[in-house]
Design a protein. Structure first.
Length: 76
Protein backbone atom coordinates (compact mmCIF):
# COMPACT_ATOMS: atom_id res chain seq x y z
CA UNK A 1 0.00 0.00 0.00
CA UNK A 2 1.44 3.40 -0.92
CA UNK A 3 1.17 6.59 1.13
CA UNK A 4 -1.78 7.93 -0.88
CA UNK A 5 -3.73 4.74 -0.20
CA UNK A 6 -2.84 4.96 3.49
CA UNK A 7 -4.00 8.56 3.69
CA UNK A 8 -7.24 7.73 1.90
CA UNK A 9 -7.89 4.84 4.31
CA UNK A 10 -7.01 6.98 7.33
CA UNK A 11 -9.40 9.71 6.26
CA UNK A 12 -12.25 7.20 6.42
CA UNK A 13 -11.60 6.61 10.13
CA UNK A 14 -13.73 8.41 12.67
CA UNK A 15 -12.13 11.52 14.26
CA UNK A 16 -11.10 9.73 17.47
CA UNK A 17 -9.36 6.96 15.51
CA UNK A 18 -7.62 9.54 13.29
CA UNK A 19 -6.39 11.38 16.38
CA UNK A 20 -4.92 8.18 17.83
CA UNK A 21 -3.30 7.37 14.49
CA UNK A 22 -1.89 10.88 14.13
CA UNK A 23 -0.45 10.81 17.63
CA UNK A 24 1.10 7.40 17.07
CA UNK A 25 2.69 8.50 13.81
CA UNK A 26 3.94 11.77 15.32
CA UNK A 27 5.52 9.98 18.27
CA UNK A 28 7.24 7.52 15.93
CA UNK A 29 9.19 10.26 14.18
CA UNK A 30 12.77 10.95 15.08
CA UNK A 31 13.20 14.44 16.36
CA UNK A 32 16.75 15.57 15.59
CA UNK A 33 15.98 19.05 16.92
CA UNK A 34 15.28 17.78 20.43
CA UNK A 35 17.72 16.71 23.10
CA UNK A 36 17.69 13.00 23.83
CA UNK A 37 15.45 13.73 26.80
CA UNK A 38 12.93 15.49 24.52
CA UNK A 39 13.37 18.85 26.22
CA UNK A 40 11.31 21.78 25.08
CA UNK A 41 14.32 24.09 25.44
CA UNK A 42 16.06 22.66 22.37
CA UNK A 43 12.86 22.84 20.32
CA UNK A 44 12.28 26.44 21.41
CA UNK A 45 15.86 27.36 20.53
CA UNK A 46 15.40 25.85 17.07
CA UNK A 47 12.11 27.71 16.58
CA UNK A 48 13.77 31.03 17.48
CA UNK A 49 16.65 30.25 15.12
CA UNK A 50 14.25 29.42 12.26
CA UNK A 51 12.28 32.61 12.91
CA UNK A 52 15.48 34.66 12.73
CA UNK A 53 16.44 32.95 9.45
CA UNK A 54 13.06 33.82 7.95
CA UNK A 55 13.12 37.40 9.24
CA UNK A 56 16.64 38.00 7.92
CA UNK A 57 15.77 36.58 4.51
CA UNK A 58 18.34 33.79 4.81
CA UNK A 59 15.57 31.30 4.08
CA UNK A 60 12.15 31.60 2.52
CA UNK A 61 9.16 30.18 4.37
CA UNK A 62 6.77 27.84 2.60
CA UNK A 63 3.04 27.78 3.07
CA UNK A 64 1.57 24.52 4.30
CA UNK A 65 -0.02 24.01 0.88
CA UNK A 66 3.31 24.49 -0.91
CA UNK A 67 5.11 22.13 1.47
CA UNK A 68 2.47 19.45 0.99
CA UNK A 69 2.60 19.94 -2.80
CA UNK A 70 6.37 19.48 -2.82
CA UNK A 71 6.20 16.43 -0.57
CA UNK A 72 3.56 14.79 -2.72
CA UNK A 73 5.54 15.57 -5.87
CA UNK A 74 8.64 13.93 -4.38
CA UNK A 75 6.73 10.70 -3.69
CA UNK A 76 6.23 9.93 -7.35
Amino acid sequence: MNSKQLVDAALHLDPAQRAVLAQSLWESLDAPYLDSDGSDDAALELAVQRDQEIESGAVQALSHDELMHRLRASEG
